[in-house]
Design a protein around this ligand. Structure first.
Ligand code: DSN
Length: 387
Protein backbone atom coordinates (compact mmCIF):
# COMPACT_ATOMS: atom_id res chain seq x y z
CA UNK A 1 0.00 0.00 0.00
CA UNK A 2 2.91 2.34 -0.74
CA UNK A 3 1.06 5.22 -2.41
CA UNK A 4 3.65 5.60 -5.17
CA UNK A 5 3.70 1.92 -6.13
CA UNK A 6 1.54 -0.08 -8.50
CA UNK A 7 1.54 -3.25 -10.60
CA UNK A 8 2.26 -2.98 -14.31
CA UNK A 9 0.61 -5.36 -16.73
CA UNK A 10 2.35 -8.39 -18.15
CA UNK A 11 2.50 -6.60 -21.53
CA UNK A 12 4.42 -3.67 -20.01
CA UNK A 13 6.88 -6.06 -18.34
CA UNK A 14 7.37 -8.00 -21.59
CA UNK A 15 8.26 -4.75 -23.39
CA UNK A 16 10.69 -3.76 -20.63
CA UNK A 17 12.23 -7.24 -20.78
CA UNK A 18 12.66 -7.08 -24.56
CA UNK A 19 15.76 -6.93 -26.80
CA UNK A 20 15.36 -3.16 -27.06
CA UNK A 21 17.53 -3.02 -23.94
CA UNK A 22 20.50 -3.78 -26.23
CA UNK A 23 20.28 -0.66 -28.39
CA UNK A 24 21.93 2.75 -28.12
CA UNK A 25 19.75 5.44 -29.67
CA UNK A 26 21.09 8.81 -28.52
CA UNK A 27 19.10 11.59 -30.13
CA UNK A 28 15.45 11.59 -31.12
CA UNK A 29 13.40 9.73 -33.78
CA UNK A 30 14.88 10.36 -37.23
CA UNK A 31 17.76 12.37 -35.69
CA UNK A 32 20.00 9.80 -33.98
CA UNK A 33 23.71 9.69 -33.33
CA UNK A 34 23.88 5.93 -34.01
CA UNK A 35 23.02 3.71 -36.95
CA UNK A 36 20.44 0.94 -36.83
CA UNK A 37 17.80 2.95 -34.97
CA UNK A 38 14.89 2.28 -37.35
CA UNK A 39 13.00 0.15 -34.82
CA UNK A 40 13.89 2.45 -31.94
CA UNK A 41 12.39 5.31 -33.98
CA UNK A 42 9.12 3.42 -34.42
CA UNK A 43 8.91 2.59 -30.72
CA UNK A 44 9.76 6.08 -29.46
CA UNK A 45 7.45 7.82 -31.93
CA UNK A 46 4.63 5.50 -30.88
CA UNK A 47 5.20 6.36 -27.21
CA UNK A 48 5.29 10.09 -28.04
CA UNK A 49 2.12 9.97 -30.15
CA UNK A 50 0.24 7.98 -27.52
CA UNK A 51 1.34 10.32 -24.71
CA UNK A 52 0.23 13.37 -26.71
CA UNK A 53 -3.16 11.78 -27.38
CA UNK A 54 -3.64 10.53 -23.83
CA UNK A 55 -2.87 13.84 -22.09
CA UNK A 56 -4.06 16.12 -24.95
CA UNK A 57 -0.83 18.12 -25.12
CA UNK A 58 1.36 19.62 -27.84
CA UNK A 59 4.57 17.78 -27.09
CA UNK A 60 5.91 14.82 -25.11
CA UNK A 61 9.46 13.80 -24.26
CA UNK A 62 9.42 10.14 -23.20
CA UNK A 63 13.15 9.79 -22.52
CA UNK A 64 13.56 10.85 -18.85
CA UNK A 65 14.81 7.86 -16.89
CA UNK A 66 12.73 8.88 -13.87
CA UNK A 67 10.54 11.60 -12.42
CA UNK A 68 13.62 13.13 -10.79
CA UNK A 69 15.43 13.26 -14.15
CA UNK A 70 12.32 14.81 -15.69
CA UNK A 71 12.32 17.57 -13.07
CA UNK A 72 16.03 18.24 -13.42
CA UNK A 73 15.70 18.50 -17.21
CA UNK A 74 12.64 20.77 -16.93
CA UNK A 75 14.49 23.14 -14.58
CA UNK A 76 17.48 23.00 -16.93
CA UNK A 77 15.18 24.10 -19.77
CA UNK A 78 13.44 26.89 -17.87
CA UNK A 79 16.17 28.32 -15.62
CA UNK A 80 19.82 29.28 -15.45
CA UNK A 81 21.87 28.06 -12.52
CA UNK A 82 21.18 30.35 -9.55
CA UNK A 83 17.69 31.37 -10.74
CA UNK A 84 14.83 31.46 -8.27
CA UNK A 85 12.05 28.90 -7.99
CA UNK A 86 9.15 28.23 -5.63
CA UNK A 87 7.70 24.86 -4.61
CA UNK A 88 5.86 23.01 -1.84
CA UNK A 89 8.27 22.00 0.95
CA UNK A 90 9.15 18.31 1.28
CA UNK A 91 8.05 18.39 4.91
CA UNK A 92 4.58 19.52 3.77
CA UNK A 93 4.18 16.89 1.06
CA UNK A 94 6.46 18.10 -1.77
CA UNK A 95 9.41 16.20 -3.24
CA UNK A 96 13.19 16.12 -2.85
CA UNK A 97 13.64 17.36 -6.42
CA UNK A 98 11.52 20.41 -5.67
CA UNK A 99 14.66 22.16 -4.45
CA UNK A 100 15.36 20.43 -1.15
CA UNK A 101 18.77 21.50 0.14
CA UNK A 102 20.21 17.95 0.09
CA UNK A 103 19.20 17.48 -3.56
CA UNK A 104 21.09 18.77 -6.60
CA UNK A 105 18.01 20.88 -7.52
CA UNK A 106 18.39 22.76 -4.23
CA UNK A 107 22.07 23.34 -4.90
CA UNK A 108 21.73 24.52 -8.52
CA UNK A 109 18.65 26.71 -8.09
CA UNK A 110 17.52 29.14 -5.46
CA UNK A 111 14.29 27.59 -4.16
CA UNK A 112 11.92 28.94 -1.56
CA UNK A 113 9.00 26.87 -0.27
CA UNK A 114 5.35 27.35 0.49
CA UNK A 115 3.45 24.98 2.77
CA UNK A 116 0.06 23.83 3.93
CA UNK A 117 -1.93 25.80 6.50
CA UNK A 118 -1.68 24.55 10.07
CA UNK A 119 -5.43 24.62 10.74
CA UNK A 120 -6.87 22.72 7.75
CA UNK A 121 -3.63 21.23 6.32
CA UNK A 122 -4.53 22.40 2.80
CA UNK A 123 -2.03 24.06 0.43
CA UNK A 124 -1.72 27.73 1.32
CA UNK A 125 -2.14 29.39 -2.09
CA UNK A 126 -2.05 32.81 -0.41
CA UNK A 127 1.42 32.00 0.88
CA UNK A 128 2.39 30.77 -2.59
CA UNK A 129 1.26 34.15 -3.97
CA UNK A 130 3.00 36.20 -1.26
CA UNK A 131 6.28 34.33 -1.78
CA UNK A 132 5.93 34.64 -5.56
CA UNK A 133 5.39 38.40 -5.33
CA UNK A 134 8.28 38.88 -2.90
CA UNK A 135 10.80 36.51 -4.52
CA UNK A 136 9.88 36.81 -8.23
CA UNK A 137 10.74 33.18 -9.11
CA UNK A 138 11.41 32.08 -12.65
CA UNK A 139 9.49 28.84 -12.04
CA UNK A 140 6.63 27.92 -9.71
CA UNK A 141 6.26 24.18 -9.06
CA UNK A 142 2.97 22.63 -8.08
CA UNK A 143 3.19 18.95 -7.28
CA UNK A 144 3.11 16.61 -4.31
CA UNK A 145 4.04 13.19 -3.01
CA UNK A 146 2.10 13.13 0.24
CA UNK A 147 -0.90 15.40 -0.18
CA UNK A 148 -4.35 13.78 -0.09
CA UNK A 149 -6.27 16.59 -1.78
CA UNK A 150 -6.82 17.84 -5.33
CA UNK A 151 -4.41 20.44 -6.69
CA UNK A 152 -5.69 23.81 -7.95
CA UNK A 153 -3.72 24.28 -11.16
CA UNK A 154 -5.84 27.24 -12.20
CA UNK A 155 -5.01 29.16 -9.02
CA UNK A 156 -1.31 28.35 -9.39
CA UNK A 157 -1.40 29.56 -13.01
CA UNK A 158 -2.98 32.87 -11.95
CA UNK A 159 -0.15 33.35 -9.43
CA UNK A 160 2.51 32.37 -11.98
CA UNK A 161 1.06 34.81 -14.52
CA UNK A 162 0.94 37.60 -11.95
CA UNK A 163 4.72 37.39 -11.47
CA UNK A 164 5.69 36.25 -14.99
CA UNK A 165 6.86 32.79 -13.85
CA UNK A 166 6.67 29.48 -15.69
CA UNK A 167 4.28 27.01 -14.05
CA UNK A 168 5.62 23.47 -13.73
CA UNK A 169 3.13 20.80 -12.63
CA UNK A 170 4.75 17.66 -11.26
CA UNK A 171 1.93 15.12 -11.51
CA UNK A 172 4.04 12.05 -10.68
CA UNK A 173 1.58 10.74 -8.12
CA UNK A 174 -1.65 11.60 -9.91
CA UNK A 175 -0.77 11.08 -13.59
CA UNK A 176 -3.08 8.06 -13.87
CA UNK A 177 -5.91 10.00 -12.26
CA UNK A 178 -5.27 12.93 -14.62
CA UNK A 179 -5.14 10.66 -17.69
CA UNK A 180 -8.50 9.17 -16.67
CA UNK A 181 -10.01 12.58 -15.89
CA UNK A 182 -10.49 11.66 -12.25
CA UNK A 183 -8.31 14.60 -11.13
CA UNK A 184 -8.40 18.01 -12.87
CA UNK A 185 -5.74 18.26 -15.56
CA UNK A 186 -2.92 20.83 -15.50
CA UNK A 187 -3.05 20.95 -19.31
CA UNK A 188 -3.93 24.49 -20.37
CA UNK A 189 -2.48 25.88 -17.11
CA UNK A 190 1.04 24.49 -16.73
CA UNK A 191 3.80 25.36 -19.20
CA UNK A 192 5.56 22.11 -18.39
CA UNK A 193 4.23 18.90 -16.85
CA UNK A 194 6.58 16.30 -15.39
CA UNK A 195 5.82 12.86 -14.05
CA UNK A 196 7.10 9.44 -13.27
CA UNK A 197 5.36 6.74 -15.26
CA UNK A 198 5.10 3.90 -12.75
CA UNK A 199 2.73 5.22 -10.11
CA UNK A 200 -1.02 5.58 -10.71
CA UNK A 201 -0.23 5.52 -14.46
CA UNK A 202 0.86 1.85 -14.14
CA UNK A 203 3.67 2.13 -16.67
CA UNK A 204 7.27 0.96 -16.36
CA UNK A 205 9.63 2.69 -13.93
CA UNK A 206 10.54 5.93 -15.70
CA UNK A 207 9.69 9.57 -16.35
CA UNK A 208 8.13 11.86 -18.93
CA UNK A 209 7.80 15.57 -19.71
CA UNK A 210 4.84 17.18 -21.48
CA UNK A 211 4.88 20.79 -22.66
CA UNK A 212 3.52 23.46 -24.94
CA UNK A 213 4.86 23.63 -28.49
CA UNK A 214 6.74 26.87 -27.87
CA UNK A 215 9.15 25.27 -25.40
CA UNK A 216 9.33 21.79 -26.92
CA UNK A 217 12.80 22.30 -28.40
CA UNK A 218 14.19 23.64 -25.12
CA UNK A 219 12.78 20.66 -23.22
CA UNK A 220 14.18 18.14 -25.69
CA UNK A 221 17.62 19.75 -25.55
CA UNK A 222 17.52 19.83 -21.77
CA UNK A 223 16.82 16.07 -21.62
CA UNK A 224 19.31 15.07 -24.32
CA UNK A 225 22.10 16.13 -24.43
CA UNK A 226 21.43 18.42 -21.45
CA UNK A 227 21.08 15.89 -18.67
CA UNK A 228 20.98 12.35 -20.10
CA UNK A 229 22.76 10.21 -22.65
CA UNK A 230 21.23 7.19 -24.39
CA UNK A 231 17.50 6.62 -23.85
CA UNK A 232 16.31 3.35 -22.29
CA UNK A 233 14.54 2.03 -25.37
CA UNK A 234 13.10 -1.02 -23.61
CA UNK A 235 11.52 1.25 -21.00
CA UNK A 236 10.22 3.58 -23.71
CA UNK A 237 8.57 0.52 -25.30
CA UNK A 238 6.96 -0.20 -21.93
CA UNK A 239 5.73 3.41 -21.80
CA UNK A 240 4.16 3.03 -25.26
CA UNK A 241 2.30 -0.06 -24.04
CA UNK A 242 1.19 1.63 -20.83
CA UNK A 243 -0.14 4.74 -22.62
CA UNK A 244 -2.26 2.52 -24.85
CA UNK A 245 -3.59 0.68 -21.79
CA UNK A 246 -4.28 4.02 -20.09
CA UNK A 247 -6.58 5.08 -22.91
CA UNK A 248 -9.03 2.24 -22.27
CA UNK A 249 -12.35 2.25 -20.41
CA UNK A 250 -10.90 -0.40 -18.11
CA UNK A 251 -8.12 1.99 -17.01
CA UNK A 252 -10.59 4.84 -16.43
CA UNK A 253 -12.65 2.55 -14.19
CA UNK A 254 -9.49 1.44 -12.39
CA UNK A 255 -8.62 5.07 -11.56
CA UNK A 256 -12.18 5.78 -10.41
CA UNK A 257 -12.02 2.72 -8.19
CA UNK A 258 -8.61 3.75 -6.84
CA UNK A 259 -10.13 7.01 -5.62
CA UNK A 260 -13.36 5.49 -4.30
CA UNK A 261 -11.36 2.77 -2.52
CA UNK A 262 -9.30 5.49 -0.82
CA UNK A 263 -12.53 7.18 0.30
CA UNK A 264 -13.92 3.93 1.73
CA UNK A 265 -10.64 3.23 3.51
CA UNK A 266 -10.42 6.77 4.87
CA UNK A 267 -13.92 6.52 6.34
CA UNK A 268 -13.13 3.19 7.94
CA UNK A 269 -9.93 4.59 9.50
CA UNK A 270 -11.70 7.71 10.75
CA UNK A 271 -14.57 5.71 12.21
CA UNK A 272 -11.91 3.64 13.99
CA UNK A 273 -10.59 6.78 15.67
CA UNK A 274 -7.57 7.57 13.46
CA UNK A 275 -6.82 11.21 12.58
CA UNK A 276 -6.33 11.82 8.88
CA UNK A 277 -4.31 14.81 7.69
CA UNK A 278 -6.73 17.33 6.12
CA UNK A 279 -9.63 15.22 7.38
CA UNK A 280 -9.81 12.81 4.44
CA UNK A 281 -8.81 12.30 0.82
CA UNK A 282 -9.74 13.31 -2.73
CA UNK A 283 -7.16 11.13 -4.44
CA UNK A 284 -5.33 7.81 -4.16
CA UNK A 285 -3.65 8.35 -0.78
CA UNK A 286 -4.29 8.92 2.88
CA UNK A 287 -1.92 10.48 5.39
CA UNK A 288 -2.55 9.25 8.93
CA UNK A 289 -1.38 11.06 12.06
CA UNK A 290 -0.58 8.16 14.41
CA UNK A 291 0.40 10.21 17.45
CA UNK A 292 -2.97 9.85 19.19
CA UNK A 293 -2.42 6.06 19.09
CA UNK A 294 0.76 6.58 21.15
CA UNK A 295 2.81 5.54 18.12
CA UNK A 296 5.26 7.18 15.77
CA UNK A 297 5.37 6.59 12.01
CA UNK A 298 8.22 4.10 12.19
CA UNK A 299 6.52 1.91 14.79
CA UNK A 300 3.22 2.07 12.89
CA UNK A 301 5.01 1.04 9.67
CA UNK A 302 6.65 -1.89 11.50
CA UNK A 303 3.43 -3.01 13.17
CA UNK A 304 1.58 -3.10 9.86
CA UNK A 305 4.49 -4.87 8.13
CA UNK A 306 4.24 -7.62 10.75
CA UNK A 307 0.76 -8.43 9.45
CA UNK A 308 1.78 -8.15 5.78
CA UNK A 309 0.60 -4.61 5.09
CA UNK A 310 3.39 -2.48 3.65
CA UNK A 311 3.09 1.29 4.05
CA UNK A 312 5.69 4.01 4.63
CA UNK A 313 6.31 6.25 7.60
CA UNK A 314 5.77 9.81 6.46
CA UNK A 315 6.15 13.26 7.96
CA UNK A 316 2.87 15.02 8.62
CA UNK A 317 2.70 18.82 8.27
CA UNK A 318 4.42 20.62 11.18
CA UNK A 319 5.91 17.29 12.32
CA UNK A 320 8.18 17.49 15.37
CA UNK A 321 9.84 14.13 14.71
CA UNK A 322 12.74 13.54 12.29
CA UNK A 323 12.14 12.00 8.80
CA UNK A 324 13.58 8.67 10.01
CA UNK A 325 10.82 8.41 12.64
CA UNK A 326 7.93 10.77 11.70
CA UNK A 327 4.45 11.12 13.19
CA UNK A 328 2.55 9.60 10.31
CA UNK A 329 2.07 6.88 7.75
CA UNK A 330 1.11 7.26 4.10
CA UNK A 331 -1.31 4.70 2.71
CA UNK A 332 -2.20 4.33 -0.98
CA UNK A 333 -4.83 2.36 -2.86
CA UNK A 334 -3.41 2.13 -6.45
CA UNK A 335 -1.72 -1.27 -6.11
CA UNK A 336 -4.55 -3.01 -4.26
CA UNK A 337 -7.07 -1.59 -6.72
CA UNK A 338 -4.99 -2.97 -9.61
CA UNK A 339 -5.21 -6.36 -7.87
CA UNK A 340 -8.99 -6.06 -7.94
CA UNK A 341 -9.76 -5.00 -4.36
CA UNK A 342 -13.16 -3.30 -4.09
CA UNK A 343 -15.02 -1.55 -1.29
CA UNK A 344 -15.70 -4.73 0.67
CA UNK A 345 -12.02 -5.64 0.73
CA UNK A 346 -10.95 -2.07 1.55
CA UNK A 347 -13.25 -2.16 4.56
CA UNK A 348 -11.52 -5.35 5.70
CA UNK A 349 -8.11 -3.74 5.20
CA UNK A 350 -9.25 -0.67 7.12
CA UNK A 351 -10.47 -2.84 9.97
CA UNK A 352 -7.13 -4.62 10.15
CA UNK A 353 -5.17 -1.35 10.17
CA UNK A 354 -7.33 0.09 12.95
CA UNK A 355 -7.23 -3.09 15.06
CA UNK A 356 -3.49 -3.62 14.71
CA UNK A 357 -2.54 0.00 15.37
CA UNK A 358 -4.99 0.39 18.26
CA UNK A 359 -4.24 -2.91 20.03
CA UNK A 360 -0.59 -3.59 19.08
CA UNK A 361 -1.45 -7.09 20.28
CA UNK A 362 0.36 -10.21 18.99
CA UNK A 363 -2.80 -12.30 18.68
CA UNK A 364 -4.55 -9.52 16.72
CA UNK A 365 -1.49 -9.28 14.44
CA UNK A 366 -1.45 -13.06 13.89
CA UNK A 367 -5.14 -13.10 12.90
CA UNK A 368 -4.64 -10.02 10.71
CA UNK A 369 -1.76 -11.72 8.87
CA UNK A 370 -4.02 -14.71 8.10
CA UNK A 371 -6.69 -12.41 6.62
CA UNK A 372 -4.04 -10.56 4.59
CA UNK A 373 -2.74 -13.85 3.16
CA UNK A 374 -6.29 -14.91 2.25
CA UNK A 375 -6.93 -11.59 0.49
CA UNK A 376 -3.64 -11.82 -1.40
CA UNK A 377 -4.48 -15.35 -2.57
CA UNK A 378 -7.94 -14.24 -3.68
CA UNK A 379 -6.53 -11.24 -5.60
CA UNK A 380 -3.15 -12.25 -7.09
CA UNK A 381 -0.74 -9.57 -8.28
CA UNK A 382 -1.32 -8.71 -11.96
CA UNK A 383 1.49 -9.17 -14.46
CA UNK A 384 3.02 -12.20 -12.75
CA UNK A 385 2.57 -15.40 -14.65
CA UNK A 386 3.04 -18.57 -12.62
CA UNK A 387 4.19 -21.36 -14.97
N1 DSN B 1 9.56 8.32 -3.84
C1 DSN B 1 8.28 8.68 -4.42
C2 DSN B 1 7.17 8.55 -3.44
O1 DSN B 1 7.15 7.56 -2.76
O2 DSN B 1 6.28 9.39 -3.39
C3 DSN B 1 8.29 10.01 -5.04
O3 DSN B 1 9.18 10.00 -6.10
Amino acid sequence: MIASENYTSQAVMEAVGSVLTNKYAEGYPKARYYGGCENSDIVEQLAIDRAIKLFKVDHANVQPHSGSQANLAAYNALMNVGDKALALGLDHGGHLTHGHKVNITGKLYNFSHYGVRQDDELIDYDQMRDLAINNKPQVIVIGTTAYPRNLDFQRAKQIADEVGAFLLADIAHISGLVAANVHPSPVGFADVITMSTHKTLRGPRGGMILCNANIAKKIDKAVFPGSQGGPLMHVIAGKAVAYQEASTEEFINLQKNTVSNAKVLSEKLQNGGLRLVSGGTDNHLILVDVTSLKLNGKDAEDLLASCGIIVNKNAIPYDNLPPTITSGIRIGTPALTSRGFGHKEMEKVGEIIVNVLQSKDNMVIKNALETVIELCKEFPAPGIVVR
